[in-house]
Design a binder for this molecule. Structure first.
Ligand code: XUL
Ligand code: CO
Length: 449
């Protein structure tokens, strides 16, 4: 259950031991209050249900810079002037953090781990050197890779998109990065490969051939899938919906848009969805809504666990601490039978104002406890017969008689009209929304988790 703690020659978190479960009575900020990896809930351990992952980019690369000012954190693992030494120390810090936090998984973009060279071939070599290192670290610690991905949005060459760029040379360049990132994911035993369409969208509808761009996008995904499959990738490809930011409009707008796209292009056998909370809210939905749409379509692949701020209209990527969000999310996950090869990746960043070394631990501990509580409470809510009755009991008129005949396609519009003419004004049946909400509140308050 607990991973072998990794420290290189230098410990970057010398005052922090492996984080342990101390239970709800503890007030130690560096201990889990609810997340107890071996605790069994609904037939599986918490570790098996939640499959937590730490992301490389926000945690070990970003320093808190925003459009109004530079970073506020100086990473002690940063080595100036020697790219490989820098990558090595960053990886040492990352694996020390992963193993002290005792998460089973991590996630990366190519350029988080490695650095771009002067040519495609040199970039491939740089990434390979980092993959060799990561492979050693994984072996030594028991850490596993939840997913890998390629960053096709930061470099200025991708200003007009990658797979949807009007310039074919940019598309091909993006493909070279995706090929290398799929190779890296395969080599590290990654269970999924993610496509977040960073700039796959448009800034100006009037100068964009959206029809052609979407066809290119589908073709690009198809060729990436074919490459992965013919080179031994047996995991799941994931699309991460997001409606906007950085582009005015992004093609992978939300769950339902992506589901329609995948089905239309017959990609739904290999691709599922990676739902990010803050992306769902940017689309005007709740986190649970996008999860439910994906789950209903049997396409819920994985989760980027974070949250936005209701007062901000952008992707704040805060650590998830809202219990309603985690309860609602875990209700969908449990009902859908779990995350399969997916997991809960903390695609979340410390606030710019959080500058102590232990803040990164505190933030992740809070996120893990939130989802562990969400899991326990969701299980209790779902096990309560009232929950089942309130949701599914509303549809009993379709279980027999004319309702059943309608579901089976046996009633045409004229027949429906004739039934209405005979039955007259329908009886009112309360939706009982407040009762549903009160039941969830009662379980949250009873808590004891
Ligand atoms: C950006 C985002 C990315 C993806 C991976 O909003 O969520 O970090 O998760 O590219
Ligand atoms: Co994300």
């Amino acid at each position: 259950m607990s991973r072998t703690v990794f420290t290189g020659d230098t410990s970057y978190f010398p005052n922090i031991d492996q984080i342990k479960f101390e239970g709800p009575g503890s007030d130690n900020p560096l201990a889990f209050k609810t997340y107890d990896p071996g605790r069994v809930v609904a037939g599986k351990t918490m570790e098996e249900h939640l499959r937590f992952a730490v992301c490389y980019w926000h945690s070990f690369c970003a320093t808190g810079a925003d459009p109004f000012g530079p970073g506020t954190r100086v990473h002690p693992w940063e080595v100036q002037g020697d790219a490989m030494a820098n990558a090595t120390e960053k990886m040492n810090a990352a694996f020390e953090f992963f193993t002290k936090l005792n998460v089973p998984y991590w996630c990366f973009h190519d350029v988080d781990m490695a650095w771009e060279g002067d040519s495609v071939a040199q970039s491939e070599k740089n990434l390979q050197a980092c993959v060799d290192l990561a492979k050693e670290r994984q072996k030594a610690t028991g850490m596993k890779l939840l997913w890998g991905t390629a960053n096709l949005f930061s470099n200025p060459r991708y200003m007009n998109g990658a797979a949807t760029n009007p310039n074919f040379d940019v598309l091909a360049f993006g493909a070279s990065q995706v090929k290398a990132a799929i190779d890296a994911t395969i080599e590290l035993g990654g269970e999924n490969y993610v496509f977040w369409g960073g700039r796959e969208g448009y800034a100006c509808l009037q100068n964009t051939d959206t029809k052609r761009e979407l066809e290119h996008f589908a073709m690009f995904l198809e060729k990436a899938r074919d490459y992965g499959r013919s080179n031994g990738f047996t995991g799941t490809f994931l699309i991460e919906p997001k409606p906007m930011e950085p582009m005015k409009h992004q093609y992978d707008f939300d769950s339902q848009t992506v589901i329609g796209f995948l089905r239309h292009h017959k990609l739904d056998g290999d691709f599922k969805l990676n739902i990010e909370a803050n992306h769902a809210t940017l689309a005007g939905h709740t986190f649970a809504h996008d999860l439910r749409m994906a789950s209903d379509a049997s396409l819920l692949g994985s989760i980027d666990a974070n949250r936005g701020d209701p007062q901000n209209g952008w992707d704040t990527d805060q650590f998830p601490s809202d219990l309603y969000d985690s309860v609602h999310a875990m209700m969908v996950v449990l009902e859908g039978g779990g995350l399969g090869s997916g997991g809960l990746n903390f695609d979340a960043k410390l606030r710019r104002e959080s500058t102590d070394t232990d803040d990164l631990f505190i933030a992740h501990i809070g996120g893990m406890d939130s989802f562990a509580r969400g899991l326990v409470i969701a299980d209790r809510v779902l096990a309560d017969p009232r929950t089942h009755e309130l949701r599914f009991g509303r549809y009993t008129s379709f279980d027999s008689g004319d309702g059943k005949r309608f579901e089976e396609g046996d009633l045409d519009l004229q027949a429906l009209r004739d039934i209405a003419a005979v039955n007259g004004e329908p009886q009112q049946i309360s939706g009982k929304q407040e009762l549903m909400e009160n039941i969830i509140n009662d379980f949250i308050v009873k808590g004891d988790c």
